[in-house]
Design a protein around this ligand. Structure first.
Ligand code: COA
Length: 389
């Protein structure tokens, strides 16, 4: 039987490559828009809670009141961590990046919630089994914020604060971090950020999760891998870098020169550019609107004044638009979060998208295994150690 020649065309970074089908979200760069299961994200952000959006991503439809009640009850009842996990968080190195600690915490959850029985790892039907893959996704949705908040408190030498079941996910996260729930508009802005960060097609971390799921590994492993991928500054880590940049610029009067220098020095400016959107990120105006609301409440306009100048100069000089991380960074800072918490917050949100994609991958699985074009040494004989010079 003759063998077909291996394809040799390389698509660096898989740019422009359509790898699979997905019904979870649609990214439309031609109109700068994004829909989750057919609903525009702006619409979802204005009218829904993060919990409703999580339900939508996993079930394909927005919940009825009764369905939402069942869903939130399941999530709220699982927020607490086991004592061994909480004790282990207390032992994490205090100088570790919170993305590393949340990655380790989720890995620990995997040990607590998966069995050695490979049959249960990647069921074709996400809702089948006890616990099902869906149950695992709810477990992670409930416990990841608690891991992040407990680790934050431990790093500061404070006692973790137990979750409260009578609060929404966003309210509870503030409660677990700071011991209080802020003004409702701040909570709404945070909730909106989670909605906007929840899902975005075959981005790097989601693709990573799908690759892991395609080997029929378990959903915790897929999530741990997603977290590792999200950490990088070209992906989720950018929201932290944006705030470091705004602080480095310092004041609006210095922003124009700062940007011109950065561009002259061919510096990658964090929070700008996107692999798919080239004329604007659909999520930016919504996050910007809610971020400015928080700034007004806090009476702190500085970060938006700097942002406005940076954006205008970048557009004029390079026609490169801001991405979601650009308004999200200062919004989180104004809400009181330390900068290294920004990407872990992104994890809280994106765990919904990752799980939706793991369900989809498992339902119609094909091992993801691309090819490489070999550029190494030609085949050669192995010399015994004594013969090697
Ligand atoms: N700052 C400065 N220049 C940028 C830029 C940025 N943030 N983003 C893109 N460019 C420039 C590139 O240098 C390149 O210029 P060149 O043609 O003169 O070499 C051109 O725009 C095309 O960019 P490219 O790197 O091919 O785009 P990409 O699709 O590979 O990259 C990102 C997309 C997101 C990786 C890239 O825009 C980036 O690194 N952004 C900063 C990190 C960030 O905010 N990430 C979050 C993404 S949601």
């Amino acid at each position: 039987m003759s063998q077909a020649a291996a394809p040799t065309e390389i698509k660096k970074g898989l740019e422009g490559v359509v790898v699979d089908e997905s019904a979870v979200s649609k990214v439309m760069p031609e109109t700068n828009s994004l829909t989750y299961r057919g609903y525009a994200v702006q619409d979802l952000a204005d009218k829904c809670s993060f919990e409703e959006v999580a339900y939508l991503l996993w079930h394909g439809e927005l919940p009825t009141k009764a369905q939402l009640e069942t869903f939130t009850k399941a999530e709220r009842s699982q927020r607490a961590l086991s004592k061994p996990l909480l004790d282990s968080i207390k032992l994490y190195p205090k100088a570790a990046h919170p993305m590393d600690t949340v990655r380790t915490g989720v890995s620990y959850l995997g040990m607590e919630f998966t069995s050695k029985d490979e049959e249960t790892w990647s069921p074709k039907d996400a809702f089948k089994g006890s616990p099902s893959n869906y149950d695992h996704a709810v477990t992670m949705l409930a416990k990841i914020p608690t891991i992040i908040a407990a680790d934050y408190r431990c790093r500061k030498g404070l006692e973790p604060i137990a979750p409260k079941a009578d609060l929404s996910m966003s309210e509870n996260f503030f409660h677990m971090c700071f011991g209080e729930v802020p003004h409702k508009d701040v909570v709404k802005a945070f909730d909106v950020s989670l909605i906007l960060y929840a899902e975005h097609g075959f981005n790097a971390s989601t693709f990573t999760s799908r690759v892991v799921a395609s080997t029929m590994s378990d959903i915790f492993s897929a999530t741990v891998a997603g977290i590792g991928s999200l950490k990088g500054p070209l992906h989720g880590g950018a929201n932290e870098q944006v705030m470091h940049m705004l602080k480095e610029v310092g004041e609006a009067s210095k922003a124009e020169q700062w940007m011109l220098d950065a561009l002259k020095n061919k510096r990658k400016v964090m929070g700008f550019g996107h692999r798919v959107y080239k004329t604007g990120d659909s999520r930016v105006p919504t996050m910007d609107k809610y971020g400015r609301m928080v700034a007004a409440l806090k009476g702190e306009k500085k970060w938006h004044e700097i942002s406005d100048v940076l954006k205008a100069v970048m557009l004029k000089e390079k026609d490169i638009h801001p991405n979601l991380d650009f308004p999200a960074g200062p919004a989180y800072y104004l809400m009181g979060f330390e900068i290294d918490m920004f990407t872990p917050i992104f994890v809280m949100a994106r765990t919904t998208g990752w799980s939706a994609h793991v369900f989809e991958q498992a339902a119609a699985n094909r091992l993801i295994r691309p090819l490489t074009k070999y550029t190494g040494a030609a085949q050669r004989p192995v010399k015994a150690l004594a013969e090697r010079a």
